[in-house]
Design a protein around this ligand. Structure first.
Ligand code: CP3
Length: 317
């Protein structure tokens, strides 16, 4: 198995950083768009064979160093009776439950567990499982009381334990919107719940990556949770953040997805800058600061992965 990602998460010295991309399987891939013409987004995430096929698409095309389970952070809310609906013109909508009965719907766990088993049989790179941060999930559900955040946290812990038992190698928590809270709100609505998740997972020994947009505002709080990595967006230079984060915690990021979607010459300048600044830094995982945008040219992704991988041969010269 290519375990570059696992080694980077242990902050070991490496010839090059591992590379994977948030939303590496999605609308910028023609093969994904073709499947989406035939099936709803909900069908794609709730059919293990389809979720398997989509997870593998970017791995087969670009030979990235990690796969991320194809699913969605809002899938879990179906257990509370919510239904996710995604329409081209309306975007993502969560439809609240109409009756108590819906609460017993447990197909989410069995679907995700089956998808993970299929993936683990065939992957030669680590598999990243994930969940949403309770604050971000609660925000989409419009349920931000302490009681709801508690319920979401408890369910999230069970959900992650199931993913780990099923075989994922790494967990990433997407608390996308927590980084834009005020300090006081962050301390009340996000931090305590993230803390409970990290403490609950600790005995299982699986590395956890924490992602929020705006995570550079909460470097010390996020570091105090002792994740194995913090994922940053492009608001601040990654080298500066590397120097602020304790050296035992890896940093992930932080190319602007808009730059990946733009002209190749501009992309090249930014990538060289990032790679040069992070050269010789331990605990660096190459990624975007947020997900791949739908209009991103496949050639740009191809170039990016080749460029990062070329550091391997350069380091031997
Ligand atoms: O990273 C990956 O490739 C793994 C799969 C994944 C998806 N969503 C697939 C997806 C992951 C990890 C997510 C996380 C997610 N989902 C987040 C956190 C990260 C972030 O982007 O901030 C959030 C907030 C969601 C909720 C969500 N899902 C929204 C608001 C939307 C609609 C807007 C959009 O960006 O498309 C989605 C849809 C979604 N999730 C798509 C994919 C591939 C697009 C569906 C399609 O158009 O077919």
């Amino acid at each position: 198995m290519n375990n570059l990602l696992l080694q980077a998460l242990e902050c070991k010295p490496l010839p090059r950083p591992p590379i994977w991309l948030m939303r590496q399987a999605g609308r910028y891939l023609e093969s994904y768009r073709n499947l989406r013409k035939k099936h709803s987004f909900h069908t794609l995430i709730s059919t293990p064979e389809l979720a398997y096929e989509i997870t593998m698409m970017p791995i087969e095309m670009f030979h990235l160093d990690a796969a991320i389970l194809f699913s969605d952070i809002l899938f879990l809310t179906e257990i509370f009776g919510f239904k996710i609906s995604f329409q081209e013109n309306k975007g993502m909508q969560l439809i609240p439950p109409t009756s108590e009965q819906d609460m017993k719907d447990q197909h989410v766990f069995s679907t995700v567990s089956k998808t993970i088993s299929l993936l683990k049989k065939n992957l030669t790179v680590p598999l990243i499982g994930f969940c949403g941060g309770p604050y971000t999930v609660g925000k989409y559900m419009n349920c931000l009381t302490a009681e709801w955040l508690d319920k979401i946290t408890n369910l999230t812990i069970e959900y992650l334990k199931m993913q780990i038992v099923s075989g994922v190698d790494v967990i990433q928590i997407f608390d996308s919107w927590a980084g834009y809270l005020s300090v006081e709100e962050f301390n009340n609505l996000a931090f305590p719940y993230l803390k409970r998740i990290l403490i609950a997972l600790e005995p299982l020994g699986i590395p956890v990556i924490l992602f929020c947009r705006g995570s550079c505002r909460f470097v010390s709080q996020l570091s105090s949770l002792l994740p194995r990595a913090i994922s940053f967006d492009w608001e601040r230079p990654l080298l500066e953040l590397r120097q602020e984060v304790p050296s035992t915690i890896a940093v992930q990021g932080n190319l602007d997805p808009l730059i990946l979607s733009g002209p190749l010459e501009v992309l090249q300048v930014h990538v060289e800058e990032l790679l040069t600044s992070m050269k010789d830094q331990k605990g660096f995982i190459f990624n975007l600061g947020h997900g791949v945008l739908p209009h991103t040219p496949v050639e740009n992704v191809q170039w990016l992965v080749h460029r990062v991988k070329a550091l391997n041969s350069l380091s031997r010269q």
